[in-house]
Design a protein. Structure first.
Length: 172
């Protein structure tokens, strides 16, 4: 398949799915942009943040005092915030996708009812309308499920890195 055929198929699906499909595309784009940003942060930026905090910890003259323990808790919280940034937004976008798909299906079913009114319930027209109405739901679920995998993986990686960082800050 060449690019022209793929583009034609995608445009056809978007045309069949209705205007909600464009909103789903926007949400999908933002979702994957945030996933890419989090992966980029974990792989490239986080090591520098971790090393900076570890150096600050190593530079403390005393690491067993109350003040040092408070500073350790503060550093762990700062790292946790950096690691979990945007994860709640990812979860929200993942939850929105099936709902947007359902909205597209409802609007598509309204069109099906209009077809019933105009054609008197012709089976081919009904089947075509129902087919068109289910495309947004399918699209929303596909986006949501693919994003869910990466969201849970990013949460796991953030938790693991936070634990590793806390273990590196030894008392003394």
């Amino acid at each position: 398949m060449n690019l022209h055929v793929i583009t034609a198929v995608v445009v056809h699906i978007f045309t069949l799915g209705g205007p909600v499909m464009w909103v789903l595309l926007l949400v999908c784009f933002v979702l994957w942009l945030l996933i890419a940003e989090r992966l980029w942060f974990l792989r490239l930026s986080y090591p520098a943040v971790r090393d900076q905090h570890l150096q600050q910890w190593q530079d403390l003259p005393e690491r067993t005092t109350w003040r040092a323990r408070a500073r350790r808790r503060e550093m762990v919280c700062e790292v946790r915030l950096a690691l979990t940034a945007w994860l709640s937004t990812l979860r929200m976008l993942i939850a929105i996708c099936p709902l947007l798909g359902l909205l597209g299906t409802v609007t598509g079913m309204i069109n099906v009812f209009e077809i019933i009114t105009l054609t008197g319930g012709e089976s081919q027209a009904l089947a075509n309308g129902i087919y068109r109405a289910t495309i947004p739901t399918m699209s929303g679920l596909v986006i949501s499920l693919s994003g869910q995998y990466f969201s849970s993986r990013l949460r796991h990686l953030a938790h693991r890195e936070q634990q590793r960082f806390a273990d590196l800050l030894v008392h003394g």
